[in-house]
Write a protein that binds this ligand. Structure first.
Ligand SMILES: Cc1cc2nc3c(=O)[nH]c(=O)nc-3n(C[C@H](O)[C@H](O)[C@H](O)COP(=O)(O)OP(=O)(O)OC[C@H]3O[C@@H](n4cnc5c(N)ncnc54)[C@H](O)[C@@H]3O)c2cc1C
Length: 408
């Protein structure tokens, strides 16, 4: 049987795979996209019903395509983002096969190029662009593994409050997902315990402008990966309920019980670390630094934007901070469900090419791997801060397409 040959194989049919296809088409370069499920699958099946896009409508775009909206300052529902990506796919008209998973990727024997084993046969390619997403595998600590006494779900499989059995809910993780799910459950009348760890708290709006506007105006979203710094935390923001600044002290005032990190579990009883106050203070420090940066920018550029001293107001420490809980008894405290908002990891176990570091992260420079012809796209901080944003992937894809064109 002759093996199918393609010039460039793109693996993944999310926004990154589609944009890559668009960039190759613009240069007249032949390619094929393989998507194991449906276009934009993660937006369809790994996001909860009430999630709102975290960027305001005016800022949402893909190359040659702006998000259609009536309210520039509104925040799109997940379904609207799926529609936007579907419409983009219709515009790009990529050569794509959906329902085909790449199960192994290796180098050709004795020749340049790659061999992809797929659920629908073998494909050989001169170039491969891996566009399988920045959030590939749900990460859940082992703490309550095999504990059938309580309903457990990772944020990627959470859908809405009705999915959960009655009782209080423990949300573990204080990134954007944990905070947004906590707020949704609290508004649905559930008592929520939120386990708070390190977080990067930022304002939704300040001095009349949205955070995303400020990131652009100050050039922060263009920060090159080389200047990234050690923090790996994603910003704690929300587009839900019109978009507002997340404040854990406000959560506590609204009835949420804040906890420190869950450090151990035994027989349904959780040990809670004494670090809640420290995490809040550190999160508030990031927030204050950001406000200072904006104020300095406003002054330097003489921008006529109203001052907003109220943004620095701080609610007093709630009782759950002054007298923090050190243990939580899942049944004794009436907890019916645990939501693990504990993040995501990469999962490149199917790539059988020495291109991953000890942590399983690909070795590359701005998406160009050390192995000639192998590329990565859509990863966090691929080349700069906005690399994995919907509106940031186009620039990286253009550079990779130029690199592929030059290889010919
Ligand atoms: C809760 C949450 C909220 C978010 N909110 C925002 C937001 O507001 N704004 C924003 O810009 N970003 C947001 N993101 C991030 C955003 O979802 C991702 O950055 C985006 O989906 C990345 O697009 P992608 O095409 O790179 O990857 P994905 O969307 O992950 O697409 C990768 C595709 O590859 C396919 N695939 C994987 N492995 C294989 C294989 N072996 N063979 C074939 N196909 C494969 C998958 O099925 C998938 O369709 C959010 C993420 C999460 C988790």
């Amino acid at each position: 049987m002759p093996v199918e040959q393609v010039q460039t194989l793109i693996i993944g049919g999310g926004q990154a795979g589609l944009v890559m296809s668009h960039r190759l088409k613009q240069r007249g370069l032949a390619h094929l996209v393989l998507e194991r499920h449906r276009i934009a699958e993660r937006w369809r099946s790994e996001r909860w019903d009430g999630l709102k896009f975290q960027f305001p409508n005016w800022s949402v775009s893909l190359p040659e395509s702006s998000f259609p909206h009536t309210d520039p300052d509104g925040f799109a529902a997940t379904g609207e983002i799926v529609q936007f990506i579907d419409a983009y796919a219709a515009f790009v008209a990529p050569p794509i096969r959906c329902g085909v998973a790449v199960t192994r990727l290796r180098r050709r024997d004795g020749a340049p190029g790659f061999v992809a084993e797929t659920s629908d046969g073998v494909i050989e390619a001169d170039n491969v662009v891996v566009a399988t997403g920045p959030y590939q595998r749900a990460v859940m600590p082992d703490l309550l593994r095999d504990d059938a006494r309580v309903f457990q779900v990772h944020a990627s499989r959470y859908t809405n409050p009705d999915q959960l059995p009655p009782g209080a809910v423990l949300v573990v993780g204080s990134g954007a997902s944990g905070a947004q799910i906590t707020e949704e459950l609290c508004r649905a009348g559930r008592h929520v315990y939120l386990s708070v760890g390190a977080h990067t708290r930022l304002p939704r709006r300040y001095r009349g402008r949205d955070l995303i506007w400020w990131l652009g105006a100050m050039g922060i979203d263009q920060t090159p990966v080389e200047a990234r710094g050690p923090s790996r935390l994603l910003p704690l923001i929300t587009g839900a309920y019109g978009g507002h600044t997340i404040d854990f002290r406000r959560f506590a005032a609204d009835g949420v019980t804040l906890l420190g990190r869950v450090s151990a579990a035994r027989d349904g009883v959780l040990d809670i670390a004494p670090d809640l106050g420290k995490s809040l203070v550190e999160g508030e420090a990031t927030y204050a630094i950001f406000l200072d940066m904006v104020d300095a920018h406003v002054e330097k550029h003489g921008l006529e934007l109203p001052e907003e001293p109220g943004a620095r107001a701080k609610l007093p420490d709630p009782p759950c901070v002054t007298e923090p809980l050190r243990r939580l008894d899942l049944s004794g405290d009436g907890i019916g469900a645990v939501i693990w908002a504990t993040g995501y990891a990469l999962d490149f176990g199917w790539i059988e090419i020495p291109v991953l570091d000890k942590r399983g992260e690909p070795l590359h420079r701005h998406g160009v791997a050390e192995v000639p012809g192998l590329y990565f796209l859509g990863l966090q901080w691929l080349s700069k801060m906005k690399s994995s944003f919907l509106s940031g992937v186009g620039d990286d894809a253009a550079l990779l397409a130029d690199h592929i064109a030059a290889r010919r």
